[in-house]
Every structure is written in structure tokens, then in C-alpha cells.
Design a protein around this ligand. Sequence first.
Ligand code: GL7
Length: 841
Amino acid sequence: VESSIPEHMREAWRKFSASGFKTTDEFEKEVVKHIETTLARSLFNCDELAAYSGTALAFRDRLVIDWNKTQQRQTFADQKRIYYLSLEFLMGRALDNAMLNVGLKNVAKDGLADLGFRIEDVVNQEHDAALGNGGLGRLAACFLDSMASLNYAAWGYGLRYRYGIFKQEIENGYQVEIPDYWLDFNPWEFPRHDVTVDVQFYGWVNKYTDENGKQVTSWQDGEVVVATAYDVPVPGYGTPTVNNLRLWSSKAASGEFDFAKFNAGEYESAVGDQQRAETISAVLYPNDNLERGKELRLKQQYFWCAASLYDIVRRFKKTKRKWSEFPDQVAIQLNDTHPTLAIVELQRILTDLEGLEWDVAWDIVGRTFGYTNHTVLPEALEKWSVPLIQNLLPRHLQIIYDINLFFLQQVEKRFPKDRELLSRVSIIEESQPKMVRMAYLAIVGSHKVNGVAELHSDLIKTTIFKDFVRIYGPDKFGNVTNGITPRRWLHQANPRLSELIASKVGSYEFLKDLTLLNKLEAFADDKEFKKEWAEIKYANKVRLAQHIQKSTGVSVNPKALFDVQVKRIHEYKRQQLNIFGLIHRYLAIKGMSPEERKKLAPRVSIFGGKAAPGYWMAKTIIHLVNKVGEVVNNDKDVGDLLKVIFLEDYNVSKAEIIVPASDISEHISTAGTEASGTSNMKFVLNGGLIIGTLDGANIEITREVGEDNVYLFGTLSEDVEDLRHKHFYSKTDFNPELKKVFDFIKSGAFGDQSAFSALINGIVDHGDYYLVGDDFDSYCKTQDLIDEDYKDQDAWVTKSIQVVSRMGYFTSDRCINEYADTIWNIEPLQVKEEDEVRART
Ligand code: GL7
């Protein structure tokens, strides 16, 4: 507060306070100013990248004004805030989103045209902010958009990785990883060199009695790394609220490097310290649904949790409230178990540093945190080895042991002598070495635990967290089905469809209240409307076809059925089922007469997605898809009837082109494995139908849009275990059609067959864990049904309109309101009406 200008001297500030452009002229003036001064370029030296930079800087200025006001408003309001802790924020591009959210895209379009540029080309210059792997990171980004759009006072906290998810190239059919250095020019971040936190590692714990006879616990002599804040504005749609995403970057405590060491001639070691510290925030771990227990990852987690908690506590302390009010001011949501150390860190701050009694502190901790589980896959559940934590965070390990002790005492009291139960729910797994079960720690330290779709939330209650439901009762465990932001995934990605919808439902209000889409239902049989609807889908397919041509050299017919599966490559997501189905289809086409071929619906099958660099089986699947594509796409017998495309480097900005162009998309995970899925929602919201298993949010999508409008197939989740068991003693009834596919691969049809033997053996000889053989038949039959249905375009378009009209439930705005009501206990912050009403494009 000492840094604020005294009231009687504020006149000049008010007079010159920035207000932001509104008209095309004002916008152009800003762009030219930035290009000429900030970038030191001129009209003789201005390419599309410079035009992007100038435009981004102009919009950034515009956002900053609202951002500052929002932060002031939230500080003065002095209400509870949400803190969303996520190791991943898969934000994608920011400029288009900023233009739409502040309602000035048309202004920018006209202005850029005046200056000699097409807005699409300018927008396409931006590098994706790809600080995430897949669904979990993208969900965090959708949540930030919704929290801002709904005027919640919310901060995201994450890490500022120097390298985001790698860029994928395909060479000779193999995935090659290229580092993603994305920070070269990033106008969307503000370094806050004055906002730093010292984070400690290693050292030892000293317990002693001080001169006043007080017990003191101090963690000392550790190595210190500095966290510096980088802030990213998050604009809401149709509101002046601009929230903050704070990303931490690591640096050595001694600054540039240790001059003492340097002067002593230890140049290498001085630079080494610096590099070791910077390594902490250097790279995003590229695994999706897999944890590998690497020490650097644990360092990342603590670094980020400690810096964020220090920041949150510092902000709370400014309010001069009592500690007991902390949970009334602060709600911290843990995006998976990655930030679980925040629970331990808050307990440490409250007890060791602030001197609160253990029980008083622990009550505050529990009321502060909520934990969201995003997977039941055992290989993704985090466990950290006790020796690792002992070395890196000795005080935290003691606190974890104490938390566990008090927890188990409580369990023992309620369930006396149930030793089995005690060992099952212990936060410490008694293995060699001992392991800390992070999910259990997260449950014990939170007041609410939620899954991300109904089936998933039921599964966690009946399987992995069953004992905890017994201990705490069912009310601690809930469900918040995932959602997506319609701003990016409809309005931005599919502007023509958004405009057509607005023309029918009356306004763009549906982007803030997605249930208004139900007004479209009335037009599902309207001839004129259907024609426009179909035209837009076709135009989106033409655009994707152009992208495919440019990136793969294959030309595809936009009139064909576009069948899309884009997501991380994973055995549980079953891209192998899809490609085996396509080989089956190819064999069928080869066996047909020319007359029979004429009756077939032409199809383009599009794959996209990255494999974790160490995930060999996933890479084998990519290889097979590419090899099948080489053969099929060059076979004259096949022509347009089938094309198999692998699009390299699937990311958020490519999804914005792919999603609006699909007729059918595939969400075909083994039932019970995909917690929710969110791309399923994106495709349907853009008028694509889906083929899917009864898994994750597919089930709720089906309930909303109607069973007749979804192509469901495959084993039910309750039957999965039995089938897996059965595979071990009877292989005799193995699917003969799938066997033909395997024989064809083994014949060398797609090159050296040994490259694919592990993939086939896993199914034939090693138990077929993901039930590919069991579901193959119903999958193929369902695809045949799709072929038939697609021939009746009129009925197809009606379905397409119907499903969109019933997607209101899947907006992330609904999720955020549910989190706010059932977990955070927080209300939005009112914004003045005149600020609320803004011109919207
Ligand atoms: C995931 C789930 O796999 C996915 O089904 C879900 O939609 C997403 C968001 O809740 O979370 N869990 C997970 O570990 N990753 C996911 O994408 C990486």
C-alpha cells in the first residue's frame, strides 16, 4: 500500500489513464505504433509475423486495462478466491480468443485489411501455448475461460515450461520428436521480476526448544531455488473480467551465477548451479496417463506448490484476518494428484512457520482443498518413493508420516482391529522401497473428491477409493462431469456455424447460456436451414482437405465421409481397433466387384495424436497407421473409397480446423478406462456424430442427444474384468475376421511384419488386455451401419442439428458453477452493468 500515489496527486493519472481502442482507426493507430516503435519495423519491412506481433500487442494493451481493473476489483471486494493448481494448461493460441472475447474481432479484421493483411493469415502466425499433454491440460484451459466468463475471482497456478509438448514429425512413417521452444516472442506473458519466492530443497530438520521454552521445528541448510512469476491475462467472454494465470519460472538463487565461485575460477560449477536450477521449469513431461517417478518431476511439483502457496498465503495475510478464516477466503482445487504436496506445504506453513497447533492447522487445510481425480488407470496413479522424498523434502516426509498416523488412528477407532483395512488405506505403502500414495494423501487432506464423468465417479467410489467411501461416507465423493468452452470450440473454431445458430436462436447469448441451443431443435427439419447447415459442414471439410493436401500431399474428396480419431495415442484409447477395422475394410474393398464398389460410401479416415516418446507400443500404432496409409492411398482399385491419413503434430490450433470438419469421430476406449474424454463433446457441438463405447462422458452425451443419434458398440464396463479373466484360459473363439487382418499384416503387406508383431502378440497371446478382439466384430458392424446411414444425407443432417441442439449441458460454464456450488462455496463477483454490456462481434 505504501507504493500507491497519494489521493491529492492522482489527477494526472486519471487524465492519462489508458482506455483502449474501440474503432478501426484507433486499432490501426495502435498496430502501426507497435510495429514502428515496439518492434522497430516499418511499412517497408512488415511481414505477416510483424503484423501478428503488432496486433497482439494492441490487443494485449486492451486486455491489460481490464486485467488491472479486475485485479483491483477483486482485491477491494475482499471475497473468497479460487486457486486452480494444474501442472498443465493447454491454452493454444491467444489472439483470436482475445479478439472474440473482448468483442473486437470485426474491428481488427477491417483494420488489418486496411493495413494490407488478411486476419486469418495474421492469426495463423501465432505459436500455440502447448503447456500440456491432452485432455487434462485442455480442461484446465477451458475452466480458466469459464471462470473468467462467469466473473469468478480465480487464479490459475502452473509452471512456465521453456519447452512445451514436443512437436511431432513423421519420418518414414515413424514419429520423430522436435523440441518446442515457444518463448521466442510471447506477448501474452508479463514477467514479474518483483514477485519471487525462495523455494528450498534438501537440507535437514532441526527440532529444538527456544529460549521461551517453545518447541521449534526448522528445516534448514537446504539449497534454494528462486521462483519468478510470469502472469498471463485470461479474458472472459462478454465481460470485463480478466483473470490471471500465474506461471512460475525457476532460477538459481545467486542471480546470474555465483560470482564468488566464478572469481575463484570455478566457472563451470558456477554456470552448472544456474543450469541445474533452471532445469526445474525447463520441460513439460510428455506422458499422458503415465507416471514414472522421476526426481526432477517431484522437484517440479514441490517448486510449483511451494511458490503458489507462498503467494496465496501472502495475499491472505494482507487481509489481516484470523487463520481460521483462511478457508473462507481461499479455495484450492488440485487438478489431479500432481499438486498434492500443496496440502503438506500448507500444513508446514501453518504449524512450523505460523505456530498453529497441529489439529487447528489440519482443520484449515482440509477445508481449503478439493481434489479432482482424472483417471483410474493404475499406471497413472502417482506414488513417490519414501527415500526420494526423505532426501529432497525431509520435513515434508515427517509431516506426511504424521498425517498418516493421525488418519490411521481415526480409522482404527471407527473400525477396530481391521488391520487389513489399515494397511489398505495407509498413505504409506509398505513396499520395497516404501511409497507415498499421493491419491490417498489428496483424499485425506481435502474436503471433497470428485471424478469427471458419472461412470468414472461411480468407478472411483467402487474400486480405487472404495475403502475411503466407507471411512468418510459417500458425501465426500462427488461427480462433476467435464465440459468445454463453447467460445473456443464453437464460436472461434466454427464461426460460420456460430453465426447461423445465432441467426436462429436470436443472438449470441447461447455462448453464455448454452442451453439456449435447444431452440435449434425446431429447425431440424427446416429445408432452407438444413441446406445452410450442410453447406457449412462441407466448407469446413474443404478447408481440412486443403490442410491434408498441404501437410501430407494426399488429396481427399470432401464429399466422402470424414471419420476422425484425434487424441493422444494410447492402447486404452484403441487407435489399433480403428486401424485394424480399416485394414478389414480395405480387404473387403479388394474383394468386391466394380458394381459392389459403386454402392460403397467413400470414406476418409483421419488420425492424429502424439505418442509419449518412451511409449513403444503407441509408436508402433502410429507406424502401422502410416504404413496402411501408404498402401491404401496408392491403390488404384480403391481410389476415393478409402483414404487413410495421419496428420502430424496434432495440437489445439489444428483441432480447431479438424473438429468442425468431421462427420464421425471415434471415442472407442475399452469401457471403464477413459475417465471422461472431452473431444467427444467438441465434435458433437460442431454437428459431428460419434462412434463410441459406453465409457466416460459418451454415456452422458448419449443420454442428452438420444440413443438413436449415437453409434454405440462394445463391451460394457461391468463385463470387462470377466472377459480379461477369460482370455487366459480360452483363446479358441478368437475373432476370425480379425485373424485375417493379422494374417495380412504378417504377409508383409505393410512392410516388415516384425515391426508389428508385438502389437499383434499382445492381443493374440498376451491376454488382449484392452479387449480389441472382443469388440472387433461389433465395431465393424457399427461402421457398416454408419456407411448406410450416411447415404441418407437428409436424415443425417437432421441428426446433426438435433445433437447440437441438445449439447447445452456440456459447457464448461456448467461445470464451473457446479464446482462453485458443491466444492468451493463461492459466488461470482458482480460487475457493473455498463461494463457488462459491450459490443460483440
Ligand atoms: C484425463 C482423462 O484421461 C480424460 O478422460 C479426461 O477427459 C481428462 C480431463 O478430465 O483427464 N486424465 C488424465 O490423466 N489425462 C487426461 O486427459 C492426461
